[in-house]
Design a protein around this ligand. Structure first.
Ligand code: SME
Length: 180
């Protein structure tokens, strides 16, 4: 059945997943990379018609946890009174508050830029929430020029994240900010 004839969110997500499975993929690495086009479409479906920030961030975290290979933690920190406060996430319990300038998250919040750390053990000041984490990507969320928080993803593999992930995840954030 074509996507446009599907009604429920579950039907539409199922149809998107089937499309992705049937497409031919060339694997240049040992594992398939995340399919950011598919994740973007799924996210748009998941959050359409909903403006609640927590609900949409929670579903986004769940979607990325399911759709990204080799990650062990994904979630959001939100800026509250000049401190990053833990938001919706998937993974082990994490530190609740991070000061601006501290750790990988605090750095991204300070420079308003995506930070990729290939080996967290080599990053001075890294805050270890999950001892299995080896690499990390943190992307700022900026709405109308205002920093509101960030997306943080950890992997148990060294050098898990590259510019393809950065581009894909920046696209995910663009879809998200229209609905938060
Ligand atoms: N590693 C982060 C802390 C948050 S956890 O990874 C979930 C940091 O250094 O800022």
């Amino acid at each position: 059945m074509p996507l446009s004839n599907k009604n429920s969110i579950a039907d539409r997500l199922q149809a998107l997943a089937e499309e992705g499975r049937s497409s031919t993929r060339v694997l240049s690495q040992q594992r398939a990379p995340a399919d950011y086009d598919q994740l973007s479409q799924q996210l748009a479906v998941l959050i359409s018609g909903e403006k609640d920030r927590v609900a949409n961030l929670a579903n986004c975290a769940a979607l990325l946890r399911q759709g990204m290979p080799a990650i062990n933690w994904v979630g959001f920190y939100l800026l509250k009174r000049n401190t990053l406060v833990l938001g919706p996430f998937q993974g082990k319990p994490a530190c609740t508050r991070i000061e601006i300038g501290r750790g990988v998250c605090g750095l991204a919040a300070e420079i308003f830029k995506t930070v990729i750390i290939g080996n967290v053990h080599e990053f001075p000041g890294h805050i270890a929430c999950d001892l299995n984490s080896r690499s990390e990507i943190v992307l700022p969320i900026i709405i109308d020029g205002k920093f509101i928080g960030l997306l943080d993803i950890n992997s148990p593999e060294v050098d898990r994240f590259d510019h393809v992930d950065q581009q894909g995840l920046e696209g995910i954030i663009q879809i998200l900010i229209a609905q938060i």
